[in-house]
Design a protein around this ligand. Structure first.
Ligand SMILES: [Zn+2]
Length: 276
């Protein structure tokens, strides 16, 4: 297994939060990387905060190439209210983008809204997975809506953040529905789930190959959520799947075309970013 996926954190934010809920919390890429490295994390999927600063993050990731042992891949933040700007970013930085991040709650727009459709089509064409926030605001960010899109786009892998919503009943509902509807492209991200038994039940239902480890750093500390997985008494193979193998498959790392740190296309992007 590549070093990056020994302990891969598939849900990491960089930057400053706009929402008043997070009280101006911020961290830059360097401090994020040092926290991740202190937890033994070897690779991460980094994404902007709700400020949606894709260009700033791309610049940081490109500049960090080769300087850290931590392997960084980038998810672009999709703004359904300014689809042209997001699409322009994607087209200009495509080799650097490994996933799309959707946040229906912050956008106040359900994932099933037409405004997201071009991004699902982009994901389908490019083979990128979609990471989407799921939560308790069911009409907008319920797992039901995410699975509706998983059903409509069977070739697009969709990671339901917070395992479908940060509550035991939401996680169970999402797991059962994925199994019953045989949605082989739906995955659950473990970020911010604190109860090992909730994660354990999802593994019993779906198998360890559908869970993707994430921490939701810079909001949470990765060690809290590494501990949740380690508390489950899983086999080494199951742990390897959750901590990296599943993400490696999803992010199509082996195809080599989206590896942000060492792709030849990055130097071209770096020059372009430097010139902006
Ligand atoms: Zn998050």
């Amino acid at each position: 297994m590549p070093e990056a996926f020994k302990l891969f954190d598939a849900h990491v934010h960089v930057g400053r939060w706009k929402t008043p809920d997070f009280a101006g919390h911020q961290s830059d890429l360097a401090s994020v990387c040092s926290v991740l490295a202190s937890c033994g994390i070897t690779g991460a999927l980094v994404m902007p905060t709700d400020d949606g600063d894709n260009v700033g993050l791309a610049r940081g990731v490109a500049a960090s190439a080769g300087k850290s042992r931590l392997k960084l891949m980038m998810a672009a933040w999709v703004d359904p209210h300014d689809p042209d700007a997001t699409m322009e970013f994607l087209e200009g930085h495509y080799p650097m983008v490994s996933a799309l991040k959707l946040h229906p709650s912050f956008a106040r727009l359900p994932i099933t809204d037409q405004a997201y459709r071009p991004f699902f089509e982009f994901a389908a064409q490019s083979g990128l997975p979609i990471v989407t926030h799921c939560g308790r605001w069911r009409e907008v960010a319920g797992w039901e809506r995410a699975l509706e899109m998983a059903e409509s786009f069977p070739d697009v892998p969709i990671v339901l953040s917070h395992m479908g919503g940060d509550s035991p009943t939401l996680v169970a509902g999402a797991s059962n529905a994925i199994k019953e509807r045989k949605l082989n492209n739906a995955y659950l991200g473990t970020e911010s789930i604190r109860e090992p038994w909730v994660v354990g039940r999802a593994i019993d239902t779906l198998g360890a190959d559908r869970l993707i480890f994430g921490s939701d750093h810079n909001l949470n500390h990765p060690n809290s959520f590494i501990a949740v997985i380690n508390a489950l008494g899983l086999s080494n193979e199951e742990k390897a799947q959750i901590f990296g193998k599943n993400a490696q498959r999803l992010l199509r790392y082996d195809e080599g075309c989206y590896s942000s740190n060492d792709n030849a296309a990055i130097s071209a992007i770096l020059n372009k970013l430097g010139a902006e």
